[in-house]
Design a binder for this molecule. Sequence first.
Ligand SMILES: [Zn+2]
Length: 244
Amino acid sequence: MALTKEALQALVALQQRDKFLDSIQKEIDAVPPRIAALKADLEGEKRHMDAAKAKILELEKKKKSKELDVAAKEEAARKHSSQLNELKSNDAYKTMQAEIEAEKKAAGDIETEILQIMEDIDKAKQEEKAAVAEFKKTEEFSKKDLEKLEAELSHAKGRFETAKTERDAVAAGVAASEMKVYNHIRSRGKLDAVVPAVGGHCGSCQITLTPGLSLELAKLKSLVTCESCQRILYKPEALAATPA
Ligand SMILES: [Zn+2]
């Protein structure tokens, strides 16, 4: 295919534009994971806060149940005390008295447990207060960070659109056949599709170019690709030279 110096220059210019676009795209792609990480952080703090609240409720429920147990034991002791005088035998009296003592002791033990639960509730309330403060702090910070990231994203998208328009204008100056080769190389992950040949070597894979290939390059008559890495080659000095 016929090639002109201008066509090769257009390809090099296109690659510069594409690299610029790639760098902006990279910035754009980096934002969503950062937003997700912020949201995950906040979710974590919220779970922590909810767990602290749930713990208080659970302890209060436990306390209530223990209070009912105390009341039941005390009621049983009262009832049995009132029955003491009705008992005829000494043995029955002693047995009942022991039972009453056991009920009173059980009520006392449960009271001790309740005191411990009340201490636990105090502790849980402090933990909850700290968790709420931590959540609010994180919420405030992440709100600011989110706004910053969203502004960054929208700014990057705007820059991308501008750069894309400029890139497309440059691409319009590249012939379809050359564009096909260029796109094919880039689609295989070689984003530097056009590389200079320096000192008889491919500027990318460094392989020594055959004399025939070097001659083709100097002629600037057709598109030359590296035999090893398939990238499009050009001679920087040939592109820089001013036409006669
Ligand atoms: Zn190469």
